[in-house]
Design a binder for this molecule. Structure first.
Ligand SMILES: Cc1cc2nc3c(=O)[nH]c(=O)nc-3n(C[C@H](O)[C@H](O)[C@H](O)COP(=O)(O)OP(=O)(O)OC[C@H]3O[C@@H](n4cnc5c(N)ncnc54)[C@H](O)[C@@H]3O)c2cc1C
Length: 189
């Protein structure tokens, strides 16, 4: 790569390009169909749109999720599959599955990244593990409650954090940061 050329003809010399995909939702299909759209197709917890008997799931939707009052888009495979289950239950007239804590995973070469909850508004971040060894987890808390976990090659910490998040229990930050206390103990407490 030598340069990128913008739509107005400006040429910017560069030797690397980082491509960000999906920042703007392509919700034209929904708009053309007359569905309420606001940064994506607006849906409720069951994927129902503003039109009767029309449901939408996946990246294209904008909805309230666990841990956030405001509607937002979540672009991840777990979110799309969670919504698919919700929509299938709604269409079949079955009871709705419980809403999931938002979560995300990605395998980047030797790193397994797992994130649950929503970042933002934290007043403390407690680390467990060893960042130098690429195996650690960061627990984001606000007023003593867990709001998000970011884990790198630490699936057990991630799973324990996801349970704590789902149960919305206060956490003891001192014990959370004390690696002699197993997270299994904290979850069971
Ligand atoms: C580069 C990249 C890396 C990613 N990595 C991760 C990751 O590591 N982990 C993770 O959780 N998520 C990841 N994601 C996000 C994940 O892929 C999406 O959240 C997920 O695929 C959304 O599912 P979806 O069904 O909403 O949309 P999609 O999987 O995009 O499916 C939409 C389908 O609709 C079809 N379509 C579109 N318009 C029309 C039309 N008019 N008529 C008929 N068909 C149509 C498309 O061809 C497509 O097949 C990544 C995304 C990208 C782009």
């Amino acid at each position: 790569v030598q340069a990128v050329v913008l739509s107005d003809g400006e040429r910017i010399a560069c030797d690397r390009v980082l491509v960000g995909i999906g920042a703007v939702p392509e919700d034209r299909l929904g708009r053309d169909a007359g569905l309420a759209c606001e940064d994506g197709v607006v849906v409720d917890a069951q994927g129902a749109t503003s039109a009767e008997r029309v449901w939408v799931a996946g990246d294209m939707t904008c909805r309230c999720v666990e841990g956030s009052e405001a509607r937002r888009r979540l672009e991840s495979i777990p979110s799309a599959t969670e919504q698919a289950r919700q929509v299938a239950a709604a269409i079949a007239g079955a009871s709705s599955p419980a809403p999931e804590v938002p979560w995300f995973w990605s395998d980047q070469f030797e790193l397994k990244l797992q994130i649950c909850g929503l970042l933002g508004g934290e007043d403390a971040v407690t680390a467990r593990g060893d960042p130098a060894a690429d195996r650690f987890a960061l627990f984001h808390t606000a007023a003593g409650r867990l709001i998000a976990v970011e884990a790198v090659n630490s699936p057990r910490d991630f799973m324990a954090g996801k349970t704590l998040l789902r149960e919305r229990r206060p956490v003891d930050l001192h014990r959370l940061g004390d690696e002699s206390v197993s997270l299994r103990e904290l979850v069971a407490a």
